[in-house]
Design a protein around this ligand. Sequence first.
Ligand code: GLC
Length: 548
Amino acid sequence: MSQTIHVAAGNEWWRNAVVYQVYPRSFADANGDGTGDVEGIRSKIPYLAQLGVDAIWINPWYPSPLLDGGYDVADYRSIDPMFGTLDDAKHLIADAHAAGIRVIVDLVPNHTSWDHKWFVAARAADPGSPERNRYIFRDGKGDHGELPPTNWSSVFGGPAWSRCDDGQWYLHLFDISQPDLNWDNPEVREEFCDIFRFWIDLGADGFRIDVSHGLVKDPSFPDVDLASEILTVGHIDNHPHWDRDEVHEINREWRAVLDEKQADLGKELMMVAEAWVKPGSVPLYLRPDEYHQSFNFDFLGCPWDVSQMRASVNRALVDAASVNSSATWVLSNHDVVRHATRYGLPSGTDYQEWLMTGPAELCDRALGLQRAKAVTMMLLALPGSTYIYQGEELGLHEVNDLPHDVLDDPVWRRSENTRKGRDGCRVPIPWSQTGPSFGFGDNAPWLPQPPEFGAQSVQAQDGVDGSVLEFYRSALALRSTHWVNSGDLTWLDLGEDVIAFERNGFACVTNFGVNEFAPPHGELMLASTQPQREGVIDPNSTAWIDLR
Ligand code: GLC
């Protein structure tokens, strides 16, 4: 491991941004229907500005039957009435911009909803028709075409093919309601270039691209040996539908659209890839004519383990610099068990199994949160941008005991109720200590909140010394003044149980050991465990130290 890591030059906003992920259904409900909405997000812009974020990424808000939380898009150029209107979206973007916050929208190019007008037309059309050619329809195997064309699995469970009334099969790598588009069809390609332009014209500053590694399928449609699984990093080479070389052509096409618009408008645009690929493939998505950034799922997948984390950080920094990009850091999102919970469970725990069978006490919640804060501080001090998932700044845990009858994730349905899926990290945010939904809205929320949300609400933590919220506010403020422009990173060798580095006279030291640790001499700027005792860093804690 080299001692000093070079950070690619460039001062575009996305290189060092703190991006806050808003899951619109669960953020704030302005109209009291139990579901969050655009006006709700807008009402919280002052909160986000005070937190100190540079941008928000908004999960899909398009018209959708919501069979996969909005990732089943029925119309890419509109807002679901449940969330508001296009005018509301314009006002939100304007207010965010006025507060100095950029807006990233979520584009879903791998599949549409089965309610999209293209798919409605495709189903009604004949095999071999232009309407069907926008999707992936095939005849089945077997004497009467009664077997699916390949053995591919849906990421959510069950086969990836479903049969139409006329006997043909359509591909859906996700839910049955999410037919995969045919990216070999120029019409599909043109449509998405146009959708990019539509949202840029509406004011968007960036795009998060869903399943960006899945668009292209092997035209010979071979069987696979391995069942495809969501959130598995490290796909096999030459997989028939993950991370195929041809996706890079599509990336370049989109980048050209963004570059052209950027030149026209004179504002910096960006796109970030959701690519669950093996770490070695990530830099390919980040070449100068492709994505600006890609989520770092390798680090997200690390358990609380000093050597795995150190190696992962080092690799991400080296990879990003090799293609003049910047690293990204993300611990939680709407697809994974919240990290405060992950770090509180014994290493090796199968999270989905634990969600099904417990016991709840297996998670040491206090330890998990302590570690979560320590890792967050480490990431905030590293070069690159950090993505924060709504509620992590309140110290929220996964809600592991949602009653079965409220579970909404297609994973729950398609696994025949053997995996709960992702609802536990999507429970509506508590804004106040009391009320029917702890301030989320005026009525009961679409997913029930646990009683402890009152004590974890924004109201309960606002202005309270030592609260998780105040910790995040302090960390983000110090980050922007001390770390953002600190350039290259030098690893400090302070022992096996410690990850430590220095940038521009500031040190970040995380203690993974079981004993307290004496940090390098200097002035303590912030510690993740408070109150911090003089001259020691507690186990499971990070300290920032001014060495100058
Ligand atoms: C991505 C999204 C996830 C969604 C899936 C299908 O992984 O993050 O929420 O279910 O794509 O669109």
